[in-house]
Design a protein around this ligand. Structure first.
Ligand code: AMP
Length: 173
């Protein structure tokens, strides 16, 4: 059984509902949901849009192998209504985005799949929800815990992020 973490985000439509729907499908197709963060509300990162993002982090247990997991998450994105992928780092509004952050302590670096997720340590909207559920989890490449990554980011930017948080209402474990 592998311990895995997802980051799930959306900035279109009924955002809470999109995330709840994704979590429900992940529970059916991936495995047990062990922990789930609050909703973190933030402005778009990497592009301009009036549509505010909702992001969460979630820990699951799974019997699926990493590439099987990617197939399932991409299929769920499509069912929920994601029409196009991020290309050449050009970000756009999206109804749902499911990123695989960690798969146990595995390191995978292929064209299709990079684990740990290649930008997770740079993105507050990923790190803060993750710190709520797994502050002591150690990044297998950086060899720092999530808490330590956030602290060292603060030291270099001198900025501490403040997120509006909303408790997930209808998630059941
Ligand atoms: P997206 O952010 O959903 O537009 O992802 C674009 C591409 O990232 C997908 O086609 C995946 O093959 C690739 N990808 C690489 N690493 C990961 C990961 N850890 N989690 C999710 N997608 C990934």
């Amino acid at each position: 059984m592998a311990k895995i973490f997802f980051s799930i985000g959306t900035n279109l439509g009924d955002r809470k509902k999109n995330i709840e729907r994704a979590v429900k499908m992940l529970k059916k197709q991936v495995g047990k949901c062990v922990k789930i963060s609050s909703f973190f509300v933030s402005e778009p990162w990497g592009f301009n849009s009036d549509n505010i993002f909702f992001n969460i982090a979630a820990e699951f247990e799974t019997e699926l192998q990493p590439f099987e997991l990617l197939e399932v998450t991409q299929q769920i994105e499509q069912v929920i209504g994601r029409t196009h992928k991020t290309e050449n780092r050009k970000y756009a509004d999206r109804i749902i985005d499911i990123d695989i952050l960690f798969y146990d302590n595995q390191i995978i670096d292929s064209h299709q799949l990079t684990i740990p997720h290649c930008l997770l340590h740079k993105r507050d909207f990923v790190l803060y929800p993750l710190a709520e559920i797994a502050p002591e989890f150690q990044h297998p490449v950086l060899k720092k815990t999530i808490k330590e990554i956030i602290d060292s980011n603060h030291k270099s930017t001198q900025k501490k992020r403040v997120f509006i948080k909303e408790q997930p209402s209808s998630f059941s474990k």
